[in-house]
Design a protein around this ligand. Structure first.
Ligand SMILES: Cc1cc2nc3c(=O)[nH]c(=O)nc-3n(C[C@H](O)[C@H](O)[C@H](O)COP(=O)(O)O)c2cc1C
Length: 167
């Protein structure tokens, strides 16, 4: 099976999680890891698993305004109109038999509502993907670093996705 892991990251934390997720997915699939700015505008028909990850901004996926706000804090936002929100908005439909799983990073504050992965999952469902359970990975503060143990969790989560599809 072919899998794509597509991510967006301002301070690098989601990028690290994406890489760990891709490592886990690689246990059961031929995986390609791509920054969203390099992601294809259409999902190739032979892709059986699409994994999409981004930082939680203002309780949801990033927007151009929140990306600029991240840049003011030192994040690597390039002003390209291409976060995962805009990229998902540009997809016309899901290939047949393609599963979708979203992840996000968010600050380690249990009472803070909202997660980018939930918003991305809703969008994917509308596009016709078979949507698997999303996951959130925790960072300390806006810039990170990741809370200890998150990369191991991310690898396990990625591994579990291909197991679900195989079983
Ligand atoms: C403008 C802005 C808004 C944010 N809003 C939220 C939020 O609503 N909930 C949350 O948990 N984290 C929020 N965060 C923290 C981000 O989730 C955190 O910066 C991100 O997970 C780090 O990932 P990255 O290093 O890949 O950019 C926000 C960060 C920024 C810059």
């Amino acid at each position: 099976m072919r899998a794509l892991v597509i991510y967006e990251s301002m301070f690098g934390n989601t990028g690290k999680v994406a890489s760990a997720v891709a490592d886990g997915v690689a246990d059961g699939a031929d995986v390609t890891l791509l920054n969203v700015v390099d992601a294809p505008v259409q999902i190739p028909g032979d892709v059986g698993l699409l994994v999409v990850g981004g930082p939680t901004h203002a309780f949801s996926m990033s927007r151009i305004s929140t990306g600029r706000s991240a840049a003011r804090r030192g994040g690597a936002y390039t002003d390209l109109p291409e976060g995962v929100r805009e990229w998902l908005d540009g997809l016309k439909s899901a290939p047949s038999d393609c599963a979708f799983a979203a992840f996000d990073t968010r600050v380690d504050m249990p009472l803070l509502p909202g997660a980018a992965s939930h918003a991305a999952s809703r969008r994917a469902r509308k596009l016709g993907f078979t949507v698997l359970e999303p996951a959130s990975f925790l960072v300390k503060g806006y810039e990170g670093p990741l809370v200890s143990g998150q990369l191991e969790r991310a690898r396990d989560w990625g591994h579990g996705l291909t197991e679900q599809l195989a079983g």
